[in-house]
Design a binder for this molecule. Sequence first.
Ligand SMILES: CC(=O)SCCNC(=O)CCNC(=O)[C@H](O)C(C)(C)COP(=O)(O)OP(=O)(O)OC[C@H]1O[C@@H](n2cnc3c(N)ncnc32)[C@H](O)[C@@H]1OP(=O)(O)O
Ligand SMILES: O=C(O)CCC(=O)C(=O)O
Length: 407
Amino acid sequence: MTTERIQDYLYSWNPADPLLARVRLEDDIRDGLQGAYVRKPTLTERKELLELSAAVGTQAVLIGFPAISTQEFDDCYALLAHAQEKKLPLHFSFLARTLVSDVEPIVALARAFPEIKVRADSFIGTSLVRRKVENWEFSELLQRIKTVGNYLLQEKTPFGLSIEDATRTPPDDMIQTIDRALEVEIKNLTLCDTVGDSTPEGAARITEFVLEYLTKQGVQLELMWHGHNDKGLGVANAIAAARAGADIISGTFLGIGERTGNTALEQVALLLAQAGNTHHHLAAIKPYCDKLSEYTQVPIAQTAPIIGQQAFTTAAGTHSAAVLKAKALGLAFEDYVFSAVPASDLGRSQELLIAPVSGSANVRYMLEQFDVTPTTALIEGLLAHAKTKDKWLTRQDIRDYLNTQPF
Ligand SMILES: CC(=O)SCCNC(=O)CCNC(=O)[C@H](O)C(C)(C)COP(=O)(O)OP(=O)(O)OC[C@H]1O[C@@H](n2cnc3c(N)ncnc32)[C@H](O)[C@@H]1OP(=O)(O)O
Ligand SMILES: O=C(O)CCC(=O)C(=O)O
């Protein structure tokens, strides 16, 4: 064990990201459950998921679209009642189209739970392609924002506007949409990359553009980024938007959601933590994701960052040998010598296996795990055995091999 600091041995070309330290997460579980392959958890399971999300330190959850059915409204009500009973420190938003009839049930929920922060989050598709397909006049969309906004003002229910397909909306139309939303005193503005069109540069440009405009108007509100993963850039876009000044990242744990899914919040939480953000409890991520995976029947890939079963596993000879040397220097060195993600902060640890790609260090280590003296003959024999296989050896495989040995 060394007394030296790991920081003195970790050089990074990544820039410092001071803006990331203040960013919060919104868990848009409603959008996650919109994935056609996703099983909708029972109400009891959703209550448990709410608690697990709160344990991670998410600031807000978007848990339903109460106008779509009586059942959905009742579920939203029951989830709020559960949050109140458990005193979960969460803000709640509920989705609606930009229609008074869609936000009315949200007003009813806000009235029923005056002690909980409840926001009506209405979405409106402003891109040219969406307007063309729907045959929507732009003036008609602006009028809807005004009508819904005035209704919510009158009912004293906070209004958040989600600009659907914002990343394919021209700047002048964005400004007109924002102007109309500001007239009705929105509290929150969400820039949606609805079809995952953005690149990180695009996400930063649109966020900076909107922030600059809001600053010029002297307006302060919560600016949120909500992105999808169609080009595999969901997390990179979210971080770019946060660097550019977005206050809240909306996404889902496991990245569940329609098509290729939403921004994977477990990855965002880790990147935020590494930039000095202390809002999230990293060790609570895997328990939440495991339950979410079980209840939604969405399997976690072995290689999924942070939560994948093999995210901290190696069987490769040279890598394993280095991890074992690092172990001798202490946990911090073990965490970082072959990983950019500190397993111990996540309640996990480096795991070594024996496979055809292994060397004697793996075998020596595993024999010690089995309380077997690692003699040269045993190490060479087990390694030669592993080299004949097409996959790593399970504990049972190793046991079976040892049972064939005369000791
Ligand atoms: C990007 C997002 O994820 S936004 C959320 C999308 N999620 C969902 O749609 C899931 C829940 N949806 C539903 O249960 C149903 O679609 C409902 C209850 C909302 C509507 O059902 P229906 O009345 O049968 O309408 P349908 O689904 O066929 O069509 C959607 C209608 O909403 C309209 N619409 C879509 N977005 C908006 C909007 N932002 N504001 C107002 N109207 C809208 C469409 O133009 C269409 O209207 P039309 O029937 O006059 O053409
Ligand atoms: O945030 C939401 O759930 C609605 C908006 C949305 O999903 C999107 O436009 O991508």
